[in-house]
Design a protein around this ligand. Structure first.
Ligand code: DX5
Ligand code: ZN
Length: 217
């Protein structure tokens, strides 16, 4: 599955760009929330998610929460009607199970995100309770970065760990995904591919989505 990130899309053309993506078969968007603390950048607030769900009720919205302030931000975004919320384990630490439980009670799927510098093994205690694992393939904060070369090994490690736990969790990758890196990530075992600048900063959104789909389908 391709989950587009609109982070670097032209904000003045957001609705048109989203509609074009949906017309190309996109059923889920990956929305990057940045609060200027966990990463040195700012993006959207809860209103955008509410508007998206109101305008496109059948489209899944997953939130990639890049914030140090989970106590305030998770409850705030739970209220938006999002389908899945992914938070960073570097922030949640000992409270990880608490947030998974809160999301479950709120009927929202939970995902844990790992920065490229965080060992894949840190996810082990949570593999039987989360719905998705997001492996960052760039340092979070900005669109348009280069896919890190050790990502393939990390995806394979995660896949092995998931199998060892007798469970199935889709592995998502985020950062620097294009028509070449999508193949590398897929061959390593990734299932969901976030792509931002490859889709929204080229000539044709439809062509870019078709190009990615032709590699993974
Ligand atoms: C980075 C974000 C990504 C990113 C994807 O912090 O999590 O979702 O914007 O953009 P590209 O595909 O341009 O790397
Ligand atoms: Zn993201």
């Amino acid at each position: 599955m391709i989950a587009p990130s609109i982070l670097t899309a032209n904000n003045m053309h957001l609705a048109t760009n989203i509609k074009e993506s949906i017309n190309c078969g996109i059923t889920r968007f990956h929305i990057d929330i940045m609060d200027g603390h966990f990463v040195p950048n700012l993006s959207y607030g809860p209103e955008l998610i509410k508007d998206l769900k109101h305008e496109f009720p059948n489209i899944q919205i997953e939130i990639h929460l890049m914030s140090n302030n989970l106590e305030q931000m998770i409850p705030l975004f739970v209220k938006t009607g999002c389908d899945l919320l992914e938070f960073h384990i570097e922030v949640s630490k000992d409270n990880t199970s608490k947030w998974i439980k809160l999301l479950k009670q709120s009927h929202i799927k939970s995902g844990i995100v790992l920065k490229p510098s965080t060992p894949v093994s840190t996810i082990a205690p949570y593999l039987n309770s989360i719905d998705q694992l997001l492996l960052m393939t760039v340092t979070p904060g900005f669109g348009g970065q280069k896919f890190q070369s050790d990502s393939s090994d990390r995806i394979k490690q995660a896949k092995t760990l998931i199998i060892q736990h007798n469970t199935y969790i889709p592995i998502e990758v985020d950062g620097g995904i294009n028509n070449e890196t999508v193949r590398i990530a897929k061959n390593a075992g990734a299932d969901i591919f976030v792509a931002g600048s490859y889709i929204y900063n080229q000539k044709s959104i439809s062509n870019q989505i078709r190009e990615l789909k032709s590699v993974i389908e």
